[in-house]
Structures are given as C-alpha cells and as structure tokens.
Design a protein. Sequence first.
Lengths: 419, 384
Amino acid sequence: MILRRSVLAGALASTLVLAACGSTADSGAGGGTGAGGVKTDKGVTDSTITLGVMGDTSGVFKNLGAAINAGNQLWADDVNAAGGICGRQLKLEIVDHGYKADTAKTLYPQLEPKILGIVQLLGSPVLAALKQNLIDDNVTAAPASWSSQILNNPNIMMIGTTYDLEQVNGLAYLQQQGLIKDGDTIGAIYIDGEYGGNGLRGVQYYATKHNLKVQEAKTTSTDNDLTNIVTGLKGAGVKAIALTTTPGQTASALAANKALGLNVPVIGNNPTFDPALLKSPAAASLDKLYVAASSPPFSSKTPKAAQLATEYKAKYAGSPLNAGVDVGYVEGLVWQSVLTKACDNKDLSRAGVQTALKSLTSVKTDGLVAELDYSSPGSPPTRGVYIAKVDPAAEGGLTEVAPLFTAPEVADYKAPFQT
Amino acid sequence: MSDTITEAPPSVPRPVAAPKKRNWIKIAATVLLVLFLVALPILTGSQVAYLKVAQYILIGTVGGIGLTLLVGQAGQLSLAHPFFLLVGAVSYAVLAGDPAESPGLVGLGFPPLLAVIGAVVICGLVGLAFAPVAGRLRGIYLGVASLSLVFLGLWLGQSLELFTGGTSSGRPPPTFELFGFAFSTTTPAPTIAGVPIQKQQRLWYLFLVFALGAYFLARGAINSRIGRSWRAVRDNEAAATAMGVNVARVKAGAFTISSAFAGLAGVMTALWLDLVKPDENEFTGNYSLTVAIAFLAIVIIGGLGSVPGAVVGAIVVYGLQQFFLLGANQFGWFADAQFGGLSAVILSAFVYGAAVVLVVLFEPGGAAAIGRRLTSRFTPRKER
C-alpha cells in the first residue's frame, strides 16, 4: 500500500514539475533559401537532395524488393554522374521494413526529418499505416504498390497504371487475340485485400462492358492450393481465368489448369509472376500465363530496359533477375522530372514538390512506363500496360507480346477516387 | 507451474502489531523508474522514433500482463490474444467513430474515453462468452480451441466491412481526446524543457497511464483473494473446490479479465498505427498467429504469472527488433546486409528465439525468477 502511494505521489509530483517548465509556441519547420535562390525545407542542402527508400529486403517480397532498391540506386548513380539535379547530388536513405506495417511505423519518424520525399514505398499494408503520416508531413511518396484504392491520398505519386487497369487491358488483349468473346464465362481468383480487390474491380468493369459472366473466387494469400477453385471454375465452363494472386498461388492455379485439362488462357496482374516459378514443379504448366504490368519485363527489347538489364547484371551479379530493377529506375525518373520542375520553380520544399507534381501533364520515361499525367489526382496517371507471356527461355522468364498496350475500354473506366 | 508469485511465502505468519519495514531501496528504485518513464519524451527529444518503440513496448506490456494472468496465474493456455486485440481496436473505432467522417462505416460518435472503456468492456464480455469452452478444456486442448478465435477474427474482420473498414483500406481510428485536449499534433504545443509535446509525446503519456493502470490492477488482483483463487484452481481444481472456490466462475473470470487487458492493448494498437485494418491472412499482420506466439513468448521470457516479468518480456519481444532496426539505420550496423546476410530483423529473431529456448532450459521461472534471485541478494534476510 505504502509503496503504491509513494509511486503515485512521485508520478504526480514529477508531472507537475515538468508541466511547469513552460509552454511556448512550437518553432515552425526550418525553412530557408539555399544555393541558386531555391527555396528549401527538409532533406535539401546546398549540395545534396536526400530521398528516402522504404523497401523490403528481408520480408516476403525480398526478391522483388532488392531489385527495386537496386533500380533506385542505379538511377541515383546515373543522375549524380550527369551532374545531379539543381546543382545538387542525390543521396538515398534506404531502410528495410520487411513488409511489416508496425516496423515501418517506427522507422518512418527516424527517416522523415532527413528526407525531401520517398522514392520507393513498398507494400500496401505499409502504405495504409503511413497514409496519415505522409499527409501530416506533406511527404510525397512513389508507392511500389499499384492499387487505385490509395489515390485518395494526394501525397501518393503513382508510377504507371493500377491493378484494375492491368486487368482491363489484359482481358482486352485476350479478346483481341480471339481467346475470349462477348458472353463468355470467365473466372476471377483474387486475394481478399487491397491488391485483390482492386484487380477484381477491373475484371468486373470489363465484364459489364462485354457481357461476360464472372465466377469470383476469394482466397487469402496463405492458401497455396487453388486446385479446388480451379475445379469449380472448370465446372462453370470458364473460357479464361483472371488472377490477382501471389506467385505461389499462380503456380497452383496453372498446374490445376493443365492437370484438369481445362487449358484456358490465364491473365495475371504484375505481382502474380515471379521468375522463381520456372524452377518450381509447376514450370511446365506456366505457358498459358499472360502478365499485364506497368513496367516492361526484364527481357524487354525496349532500349532503356535492355540497357538497365545489362547494368544491373554487371553491378549486382548473382542477384535475382526480375522487373523490379525497371520499377525502381522508373520511380527515380519520375522523381527526376518532379525535382527538375520544382527547381525551375525555385521551390525545392515539400510543398514545392507537390506543386511541381500537379503541374506535370506528360512525364516521359524512355518508354519504361507509358506517358504519365499527374494533373488529375485520384485518376491513375496512365492507362497503358506491357503484356508479356511466360517463356522459360527468356531472362526473367517473360517475353513481351504487346509493348505499351492501351485497350480502347480503359478510357471510360472510372477509378474509385477519380473526380 | 506450481510456484506462486507472491511477495512473501504464505506460510510466514505476519505479526499484526509489528510495523511493516519499508523497503526504501525498492521505493526509491520505483520512483526513479517512474521519473525516467515520465521524462522519456524529453530524453528522446527529436528522435521520436525511439519514443515510438517505447510506446510499442507498452502495448506488448499491457497485452502481456493480461496473458500472464491467464496463463501463469490461472493456468489456462490461450492463443486467442490477437482476436481480442482486434475486437478492442474495432470496438474503439466503431464506438468513437464519427459517422459523418466515415461514410459507409458504422460509427456511434461516443466520446473517445467512453469508447476506450466500452471497448475494454466489450472485450471482457466476448471473453466471458468463450468461458463455456474455457471451462471445459485444459492445457494444450484449450490452447488449440482458443486458436480458433484467431481464425474467427480473420473471417469476421474480412466480412464485417461495415465495422472494420475491410482489408483493403481499413478505417482510421478517431483521435483520442480528453476533456477537449486532443492527442494529436497542434500548434502551438506545450513544451517541457524545450521539447514540444506533440502527438507522439502525448500518446506516450496516455499509454503510460494505461500501462501503469494495467500493471497495478494486475498486481492488486494477484495479491488479493482473486489471485489466490486463480492459483488454487491452477494447482488443483479438486482442492480448490473443497476450499469453497467456484472453479467454473473463477476460470470464466480469469478469461474475462485477460480479454479486457487484450482489448486495451488493441485500442492502443489502433492509436499507435493510426489505423484499424483487419489482416489479409492468418500469418502476418497485427492480429495474426504471429502475434499470438509473440505474446506467449513475452509470458515465457518474463516468467509465467509475473507482472514485472511481462514488462521484461515485452521489452525483449516487442522492443528489440524495432530498436535494432533504428540503430542499424542510425549507426550503420549491418550495413552490408543489403542482399541477404545478417540483418537487424534476422538478429532480433535469433535473440528472441534464443531467449525462449534458454529460459525454458535453464530458468523456467523466466526473468521474474532471475529478478527475485538478484533482489534477494541485495535485501537483508528477514528476522524470523
């Protein structure tokens, strides 16, 4: 009893003492004008611009994450070799959150004061947890996550197109190839969550446009055997399957597709494929898989992508070959456009970055993604994709079949937060 | 499992008239510790990230205390803790949510303090509803049965989007407010010793109050009749019945109280993350099996049934990884771990795995037993 009372008294007393220490106004964010008459606040000095990378090199996406980080770094090196931006060299502060929202939540306050913006923010759970932080601190971030569901956050700088539009384009491609026709039944297997829900939204939109019947099948990302679902889809007489799943689930769905004699074409979102699948037992059944993605496949003939592939193999020998390097590099290229614009406006502050971003209507990225338009927040900045097909002979396992494909149906599609 | 965690062995009769000797060392140490905790936002200063870790440890502390009461004191193994965390977080968001601000979601618009209390009560009641199961099963069977609640939570979280906001985007929890004082960033902000007391500092004090409240409530329960009945049921149900303890009621009560603690930890999780979002699968996320195992590890590392032990366990399990990560970035530890190799995440996983194994092998009493041995060395033997 006595102990407890003394503790309480102590706590109260100390609180009072500390509270009496005064109450003054917060000294506002340190702003100023640096070299070249450019306005700056956080993350920018006269000689450097510091940008953050919140990636995943230890969690479930470590293969992809490592390649994206490498892409970011290749970009920063290229820029610095060419003299930097606005007379300043680029510096990347790289942290690894292991695809865990709680870890990212702790790392963010350490990173935030040091950076102007975030070149790469990987993972939808992480984005959801940091949404309010980005808004509060006015930090602009390029996500490595492509759901149109996050576009209600003005601080998100989407690079490329979104999962829903990947599916619309993918299905349109299948129809143009004569693999499906109006009135057919198609299957849609998706993970419950931001990723799967967004892909499904695209499938549903395309289905209403073309009078398709959609057999929906919901899974969680830990269900690794989709044989039951594919059996059900076979019973429903599907002519194609749309996947918004993990690579492991993709392998299972395609193995079942072949084993059950269904043999229909399968269209998957960008994250459904991982080159590692070609070493899995399902390798022989993967040939029915088409992948729709904002970025070109690793083996792309697009000159910039081919050049990046060479540089990546030289600098990061032995690292996994996947499209992450293109994703990371193009994130950088868009940042480069924004920073250059902000520099022209003489405002490299965080608010200046936002202003510059919204004024950009045609960002070109050497063909790594379609031309990007950031003038209407809420709408994906582009609607074109690369369509690739699984090909064990190609580096990275995918061969391009339709570079920068934009289906006519995508023009009318209204994203969730499009105004 | 048979050793009781009480200050003095119950066999020593206390003379009624003799004045109790105050343990000045212990009182001084406690006051110093509380002072340190109160001053922590000043010590961390602009390094808010470390304060964030400290807040996280307090979440683990509150949840861990709840579980150590149930597992250590009442002898019921439960893996359902993440489920109650989820119920607590969602209840808070629903009770305090402003329906105008979140269209399409249920929000009742209660004052946040009332919502916290409501969330804790709801969790207690949900725990009570599980009592018929908890009363019939023992040991590992109860553990497995309680595990089903985690899966139930996964399914409910995904399907009841009106309450949870769904797995896509979740819903933001309403800002905590007390008599008009918002626990968010404001200008101008009060300062203590030059450090502005903003959202994270305010949340720290809120969490500290929650954690101290949980700590002393738990200590009180253990040292009172309730705790004795828990231990009686744990050690021998037949003997407990013979002494007039209603076994079914005591078991139900223990589950209820433990769930209420977990509910509070759930509210804290929501406020800490600025987000209530059900998990996308059962293995990863804030209300997943991983969390169930983490809480069990807290209890084992701390020593079954020990409240201060749960604090130590929470520091090891909830704090280490985050701390390593921050240190890694600040001081450049593990700098060459870019593509595999020893990283902060891997090292902390080893530390906490090793801690569990070493405790089970060499000191089944956990940190609590180590602590007792250390303190007995510094305090003079009592004259009998």
